[in-house]
Design a protein around this ligand. Structure first.
Ligand SMILES: C[S@@+](CC[C@H](N)C(=O)[O-])C[C@H]1O[C@@H](n2cnc3c(N)ncnc32)[C@H](O)[C@@H]1O
Length: 328
């Protein structure tokens, strides 16, 4: 399934138009929820109760908290719920079943072929937004954009921003274009989705020295790391894994950011918890980067690194190949 056909869901819910009317007659929902919880628990799905409730809410076009309005439902709703629970028990990601994921203020269409945005990436979004607070008409680059999540969430909060979203994967780019079109229809400032590779020294060369903010949630899991089926079988391999140490792309991301940022601009990178200070250490080795910091996620694990471009960029203005060699 691609973005063009995949914006729907495996069992469509009531959608954005509103909740279904609760039938007076029909079958009780609660036993189906309890049975769904049992099935998902047995399949090893974490937070089974919450997930089955989210699937039911999706079908009924409501929030989880709105389920109290549906003590009884039409029998076809229970059939659809049973089917969704069956698929979830096969460890198909919840977001592939509902067809959506949320980052910040935007709901993104997701499905096969694209990385499902994760809640922890909210940190990078918030940090970026805080950084831009006093900057008018900022230029923002989202490297490794996937569904367009960070780029679109930033554009949603900052209509005055010019946002570039880069990815090298054809399917991801389809989803990013699809989401960009959806957000544009909803009134957000259009973003520019760009097919490009962060290892390319000429990437966005025409934007050299112009960015106030570069964000990147790259693939960063060390190859061979055991991951849940939702990740291993459904997220694209190239969106998750990045070489034996998971750091294959980071030197390139740093070099691209050095070229793209204007002096005083911020680079923010999400990374694996096993990297500890490794990404920050890579940044500290760059003389043009200052104020390098590692940041924990909500559970205290080191998951983000930030740095500010302090000096002049190299003469090419794009981050030199030599910079990558030095960092690798
Ligand atoms: C972990 S996903 C992040 C997606 C999105 N930023 C998010 O937070 O949901 C990493 C993305 O990087 C892309 N990617 C991998 N290697 C790349 C490269 N060399 N150049 C550009 N994008 C790349 C993948 O296609 C994938 O969409």
């Amino acid at each position: 399934m691609t973005a063009g056909t995949g914006a729907g869901t495996e069992c469509s819910g009531a959608g954005a138009s509103g909740a279904r009317d609760a039938p007076v007659h029909g079958s009780p929902l609660r036993p189906a929820i309890l049975e769904g919880e049992r099935v998902l628990d047995a399949a090893g799905v974490p937070s089974a109760r919450a997930e089955v409730e989210m699937l039911a809410a999706h079908l009924l076009g409501t929030e989880r908290t709105g389920l109290v309005m549906f003590p009884r439902v039409e029998p076809f709703v229970l059939d659809s719920l049973g089917e969704l629970v069956r698929r979830r028990a096969e460890r198909v990601p919840l977001q592939h079943l509902t067809g959506t994921a949320i980052l910040g203020g935007v709901t993104l269409a997701v499905g096969p072929g694209v990385f499902v945005p994760r809640p922890e990436t909210e940190w990078l979004l918030e940090r970026g937004l805080r950084w831009l607070r006093d900057r008018r008409d900022p230029v923002v680059v989202d490297l490794c954009t996937g569904s367009g999540a960070l780029a679109l969430a930033l554009a949603h909060e900052r209509p005055d921003a010019r946002v570039f979203a880069v990815d090298n994967d054809r399917a991801a780019l389809e989803w990013a274009h699809h989401n960009a079109a959806l957000r544009r229809e909803l009134g957000d400032t259009p973003i520019e989705v760009i097919a490009g590779d962060v290892t390319d020294p000429d990437l966005l060369a025409e934007r050299a020295g112009s960015a106030d903010l570069v964000v990147c949630n790259p693939p960063y899991v060390p190859e061979g790391t055991p991951v849940p089926p939702e990740v291993g079988e459904h997220d694209p391999h190239g969106a998750v894994f990045a070489g034996g140490d998971g750091l294959e792309l980071v030197p390139h991301v740093v070099a691209r950011a050095e070229g793209l940022l204007r002096p005083g601009g911020l680079l923010g990178v999400e990374h694996d918890e096993t990297h500890g200070g490794a990404v920050a250490a890579l940044m500290r080795r760059r003389p043009t980067l200052a104020g390098v910091e590692t940041h924990p996620d909500l559970t205290g694990r080191p998951r983000f690194a930030t740095a500010v471009l302090s000096g002049e960029t190299d003469s090419a203005g794009t981050g030199s190949a030599q910079a990558v060699d030095e960092l690798a």
